[in-house]
Design a protein around this ligand. Structure first.
Ligand code: SF4
Length: 335
């Protein structure tokens, strides 16, 4: 949170829109900071990698599961969560209720940032559903991020609550998706889920994240992808370039050995280190993000970058689309 504030002070985050977001961030930071010292358990302040490139407004993060069965090759979370499959967190509802008493109820809860809340096991366990019942019935704001069409099962809850759903789709090609997102549902199943939720009035967002050079950065294919999701009802496009960590690069190179030299040059010879990740050169990242923005513009939906710092490309009020959360239920007592 301090990083967001210092980024604002240093003027690193340019535009008027961003400045407005920073003002909001700074005022909410005060509230959020006052909660940082309270013992939290499963609901934690969102602050990924404490990086200067993250421009998210303050929010909380909550993951019903540890680890992720979707097994995306490019996953960043595997560098710090060494759990091979999605594992439900123990006593989750009790811990969630205990944490909810302490949080700032004005802030949204992002669910989830380090594991998908709808892994295959959720279809039988219903753990995420029970947590959603607790959160949405109390008027809390929830931002679901998933690659799974299992989320449609909970459309009854989601469409009545203060909730958005972001679907990550990196390609429409089943073959490529089955390699890079081995355990996740097919892209076309995610499209159907977007259509279903959108028709029920749920604000849907697409995350084209990550864009990997040489793999899914073809302009024509990205144009088709965005055209399809917009047809299904998506209202906002967020995108990000692939960030290399040693473990995710090793998996990617194992699957695409012919790209090893290319990615090594891009990330280790020309790129730079930021935190524990390696980034593409600024102009390479900027060109990729500009390309996606222009496609989003063409299809009449708003755009933002994620963890890139290119706030001048953002055409929405918030980079995480939290401005799309509908206020359908007034926040209620949590005890
Ligand atoms: S869905 Fe997200 S958390 Fe799960 S493996 Fe893929 S990138 Fe990692």
């Amino acid at each position: 949170m301090r990083r967001i504030a210092s980024s604002c002070k240093s003027g690193m985050l340019g535009s008027k829109r961003l400045q407005k977001q920073c003002d909001v961030s700074q005022s909410l930071n005060i509230t959020l900071s006052s909660h940082l010292n309270l013992e939290m358990n499963v609901v934690t302040p969102f602050d990924p990698w404490k990086g200067k490139f993250c421009t998210c407004p303050p929010k909380y993060s909550f993951s019903p599961y540890s680890g992720c069965s979707h097994k995306c090759l490019y996953c960043y979370a595997t560098s710090y969560i060494k759990v091979p499959e999605s594992r439900p967190k123990a006593n989750l509802e009790r811990r969630l209720m205990r944490d909810l008493i302490k949080i700032n109820r004005e802030l949204p809860i992002s669910m989830s940032n380090s594991s998908d809340p709808y892994p295959p096991i959720e279809a039988s366990l219903g753990l995420t559903r029970r947590c959603l019942e607790l959160l949405l019935s109390r008027g809390l704001k929830v931002m679901i991020i998933t690659k799974s069409n299992i989320v449609v099962r909970d459309a009854d809850l989601i469409s009545r609550g203060n909730c958005t759903v972001s679907f990550t789709i990196t390609t429409l090609e089943d073959g490529l998706a089955s390699i890079i997102e081995t355990g996740a549902p097919k892209p076309r199943d995610r499209l159907k889920a977007i259509k279903c939720l959108s028709q029920m009035g749920v604000p849907c967002i697409i995350r084209v994240d990550p864009i990997v050079p040489g793999l899914n950065d073809d302009e024509k294919k990205l144009r088709r992808l965005i055209e399809e999701v917009v047809k299904c009802g998506v209202r906002h496009v967020s995108s990000s370039t692939y960030k290399v960590k040693p473990d995710n690069l090793a998996r990617m190179i194992k699957a695409f050995p012919d790209k090893a030299k290319y990615w090594h040059e891009l990330y280790y010879e020309e790129g730079f280190r930021h935190g524990s990740s390696r980034y593409l050169r600024d102009d390479v990242r900027l060109n990729l993000m500009k390309m996606v923005k222009e496609i989003a513009d063409d299809f009449g939906v708003t755009f933002s970058t994620c963890r890139e710092g290119f706030t001048h490309l953002t055409t929405s009020t918030t980079c995480d689309a939290s401005h799309l959360i509908p206020l359908r239920i007034k926040v209620r007592g949590l005890r």
